[in-house]
Ligand binder design. Structure first.
Ligand code: IMP
Ligand code: MG
Length: 187
């Protein structure tokens, strides 16, 4: 049990904290500074994926030092029976044409890469000037589908994590740090 912030709903279900609120804040500031420097003078659009990416996006944009726009994409992935990879369905497209824009895809986590791969393909159709990916977390695991991630917040172990936008059955997105759920909650 974790008691760093005892009044936060769900925090007692964490087995351990992987990344504290302070480390997250420091790293998000570093990423925003780096992105602001790299994209200075360009027509930047940050595209995040619902719902997990919104907490990261909200913190990141408040630390950006250059003008930019935001867009949201909806994607849901589900395991359909015996197929090895889940199918990913786009549930919401961006609200503008991204042709001629510098697009940076903002994701909570690079896990199997299926979701990122499908959203990446969707954005490529727009023919943006550039298309790169920023993932707050990257799990250390083998992948069938590899994608180059230009900005990575943290490389983490291959564990199921929640908090800072990430959920288990739609809960725990509110937790301000990132932690590993107590295994008894899966069984
Ligand atoms: P993918 O396997 O890379 O396609 O990831 C699909 C989605 O599953 C991600 O965008 C996350 O929203 C979610 N996801 C993947 N790994 C975790 C995790 O450890 N905790 C919570 N959600 C996760
Ligand atoms: Mg989820």
């Amino acid at each position: 049990m974790v008691s760093e912030t005892p009044n936060v709903p769900g925090i007692g279900d964490l087995e351990r904290i992987l990344i504290s609120e302070e480390r997250l804040a420091r790293r998000v500031t570093e990423l925003a500074t780096e992105i602001s420097r790299d994209y200075a003078g360009r027509d930047l659009v940050l595209v995040s994926v619902l719902k997990g990416g919104i907490v990261f996006l909200a913190d990141l944009i408040r630390r950006m030092r250059i003008p930019h726009e935001i867009e949201l994409v909806g994607a849901s992935s589900y395991h359909g029976g015996s197929t090895p990879a889940p199918s990913v369905r786009i549930t919401k497209d961006v609200d503008q044409n991204l042709a001629g824009k510098d697009v940076l895809l903002i994701e909570d986590i690079y896990d199997s890469g299926n979701t990122l791969g499908v959203v990446h393909e969707l954005l490529e159709i727009h023919r943006p000037t550039s298309l790169e990916v920023c993932a707050l977390l990257r799990k250390n695991k083998p992948r069938r589908r590899k994608l180059e991630i230009k900005y990575v917040g943290f490389d983490i172990e291959d564990a199921f994590v929640v908090g800072y936008g990430l959920d288990f059955k739609e809960r725990y997105r509110n937790i301000p740090c990132i932690g590993v759920l107590h295994p008894s909650l899966y069984q």
